[in-house]
Structures are given as C-alpha cells and as structure tokens.
Design a protein. Structure first.
Length: 137
C-alpha cells in the first residue's frame, strides 16, 4: 500500500483572503492601536497622532509582512529582546602579571639553543615568545 508524503508543511494557510491568521491579527491589531491613538488625542493634534501612530502601525506591518534573512520579523524582535534583557557571559578576562622580586641572573652557558622551525617569521616570533615566557617563569 502506498502513502502520499505530505509536502509544503511549513507554508501557512491563507484564511483571510491573501493573509494568514498571524498576518491578519498583526494587521488588525496595528490598525486598532492606530485608531485608538487617532481618537485619543484631541482633534487639533492630528499631526501628533500621526507622529506617534505611524511608527506603531509600521512596526505591526513589519511584524506581518517583513522577513529578515528568510525568517519572520517576529523572530528577530524576540531574539533582540532576549539579548538585551538576558544574562550575558563574558569569558575572556585579562590578568596582569605580577612583577618579580628582583632581576634574575641567567647563565648563558645553560641557555637552550632555539632551533629554527620554519620560514615564517610570524610563526618563529610566536614560538620564541612562548618558549622565552616558559623559561622566564
């Protein structure tokens, strides 16, 4: 017996004309908040109502239709809120070296000969710094 495998399961159904349920709720919520701002301010301050209402309505339109990197804008807003209000972990911590009590005399006869590792001067420099740091400790 053969069964048909469902396809396009990530595509949301269009319920309200060309809009999905989420898009319809975002658009209607933005329109309702815009209408409340328009009616709450006095009749003479329509400029102020537009100044306040347009960014709010624009934000709700972005929630409904804008996609950032192929993902809904809601995910971007959610990630931003989690980042700004979440706990941050800083791993790197600079520790200063304590100075030694006095100058240490070295016997040049017992110094190790540092062999040449490669032709890269940067590699040689980092290797010599690591070796010298270990010898001076």
């Amino acid at each position: 017996m053969r069964y048909q495998v469902p396809q396009f399961i990530e595509v949301e159904d269009k319920i309200f004309g060309p809009l999905t349920l989420k898009q319809f709720l975002y658009v209607s919520g933005g329109a309702a908040i815009g209408f409340i701002i328009w009616t709450a301010l006095p009749q003479l301050n329509h400029f102020l109502a537009l100044l306040i209402g347009l960014p709010v309505v624009g934000f709700f339109m972005a929630l409904a239709f804008y996609q950032s990197n192929g993902r809904p804008f809601v995910n971007t807003v959610e990630s931003a809120i989690k980042y700004f209000f979440g706990v941050k972990l800083y791993i790197w911590k600079k520790e200063e070296k304590k100075p030694q009590a006095g100058p240490v005399e070295k016997n040049t006869a017992t110094e190790l000969a540092v062999p040449k590792l490669s032709d890269s001067k940067l590699r040689d420099l980092t290797w010599s710094l690591d070796i010298n740091e270990k010898l001076n400790q």
